[in-house]
Design a protein around this ligand. Structure first.
Ligand code: ZN
Ligand code: ZN
Length: 136
């Protein structure tokens, strides 16, 4: 079990792949429901309006957008930008072009640079060996 401090309230909790504790996660779900409900009735509301009406922080609404849980109506908004190329986005963190570019990048075959391995400074190697001996 890994203990971490909750990103929201700062309390220590058992980390299970989510950066916030269970209580904050539930709060977050509640707040997201409020935002979603409000948007059902008021499609086209601005982030500020949603924040004013629901009491949910604007930053949090932005986060929902980045997590692709809600999206912006206009294509050319200046609210969300692709984190890679800066193109205007409606939801998520990257545009379609960058997503496909990145998947190409990540699927490229890689190999170690042989030169780098050879050029390891000898001094360090010696230090490592003597270090090992000392510990024995
Ligand atoms: Zn918390
Ligand atoms: Zn992009």
């Amino acid at each position: 079990m890994e203990l971490r401090n909750c990103k929201k309230c700062g309390r220590a909790f058992a980390y299970k792949g989510i950066p916030v504790c269970l209580r904050c996660k539930n709060d977050d779900e509640d707040e997201f429901m409020k935002v979603k409900d409000y948007l059902y009735d008021n499609t086209g509301a601005t982030i500020r309006e949603v924040s004013d009406e629901t009491g949910v922080d604007e930053k949090q609404i932005l986060r929902y957008l980045k997590e692709s849980r809600i999206e912006i109506i206009e294509e050319g908004n200046f609210v969300l930008e692709c984190e890679r190329c800066g193109k205007s986005l409606r939801s998520g963190r990257f545009c379609d072009v960058c997503v496909s570019d990145m998947s190409k990048e990540f699927s490229s075959a890689i190999k170690p640079k042989i030169n780098n391995i050879k050029e390891k400074p000898k001094v360090k190697e010696k230090m490592y060996i003597s270090d090992k001996l000392k510990r024995k």
